[in-house]
Write a protein that binds this ligand. Structure first.
Ligand SMILES: NC(=O)c1ccc[n+]([C@@H]2O[C@H](COP(=O)([O-])OP(=O)(O)OC[C@H]3O[C@@H](n4cnc5c(N)ncnc54)[C@H](O)[C@@H]3O)[C@@H](O)[C@H]2O)c1
Length: 273
């Protein structure tokens, strides 16, 4: 079984890897002996993460990148392939929900007026779409360009349970971008299947990360979110590591085009306004 879950020596890119789920993906892959390039637009957080992980003895490189910058993203992926000689796994994970975002959930776990569509600004729509949909598209395209040539690879995007069903706290652009990214993932999975490249998505429920200003670290807000999770708690980023290794390794060799929820049962419960 250990052979099946092996990722040792893989060349891996993680976008949005300086915090939260992306950092957990990077740590999981590094701890199993992969060579990881973390790309993130937060230069300070990235530099701290790289310094710490290199001190721990991991093979990890940092690259400052905004995934909405398509030219720089292409260049950054080319740099990795030139340096590492291959590209085996890509976690296209960078994503945002700018304020009020996740915070706009009242204490009963219902959508607050800040997230009603008539209060949703063009600026917020554009920001979310640029990162969560355009950024995912640029990452998938750059990964596919290298992996189709190699005839191997695993691409994993981070969507959300809001791509599976409407959910209380989230507003217009975020679920729309995530659902569109999920459909793009399926389309690409079909297109690349015969070339030996697998494409899947991880759809997380609430995890305690720094998204939306770190609202899920706040005790009161946590309680509001906990009320919508059948397992009755918010997850810690470490809990995504097993699924990350599974999708990056040959343990999932016949799985492509799937969106796997990791959400404590949240997507099973009925949607609320
Ligand atoms: N935390 C949750 O509950 C949750 C639930 C569902 C989906 N997600 C998704 O998980 C992914 C990771 O989010 P997280 O919760 O770990 O948040 P996080 O804020 O802790 O981490 C996101 C990282 O992405 C980086 N980033 C943001 N915009 C970027 C850009 N344009 N280019 C490059 N890097 C950028 C940030 O600097 C940060 O390091 C996102 O796609 C998010 O939508 C999170």
């Amino acid at each position: 079984m250990q052979q099946r879950f092996k990722v040792t020596g893989q060349s891996v890119i993680v976008t949005g890897g300086a915090s939260g789920l992306g950092l957990a993906f990077a740590e999981a892959m590094c701890s199993e002996g992969a060579r990881v390039t973390i790309m993130d637009m937060n230069e300070i957080a990235l530099s701290q993460v790289i310094t710490r992980m290199q001190a721990e003895g991991h093979s990890v490189t940092g690259r400052v990148l905004n995934v909405a910058d398509r030219q720089d993203l292409d260049l950054a992926f080319d740099e990795v392939v030139a340096r590492e000689g291959s590209l085996d796994t890509v976690f296209a994970n960078a994503g945002i929900d700018p304020g009020p975002g996740f915070a706009a959930l009242d204490m009963e776990g219902n959508k607050s007026a800040q997230n009603y569509i008539e209060n949703y600004t063009d600026d917020r729509w554009d920001k979310v779409m640029r990162v969560n949909l355009d950024g995912a598209f640029y990452s998938l395209r750059a990964a596919a360009r290298h992996m189709r040539r190699q005839k191997s690879g695993s691409i994993i995007i981070t969507t959300s349970i809001s791509a599976l069903r409407p959910s209380g706290g989230l507003a217009s652009a975020y679920p729309a971008a995530k659902a569109a990214a999920a459909q793009l993932m399926r389309h690409l999975a079909l297109e690349l299947a015969a070339d030996g490249v697998r494409v899947n998505a991880i759809a997380p429920g609430p995890f305690a990360t720094n998204i939306a200003g770190g609202v899920l670290h706040d005790e009161e807000r946590r309680a509001a979110f906990t009320s919508i999770v059948p397992m009755g708690r918010i997850a810690e980023p470490d809990e995504i590591k097993g699924l990350a290794i599974f999708l990056a390794s040959s343990a999932s060799s016949f799985i492509t085009g799937q969106q796997i929820a990791i959400d404590g049962g949240t997507s099973l419960s009925s949607a609320r306004q």
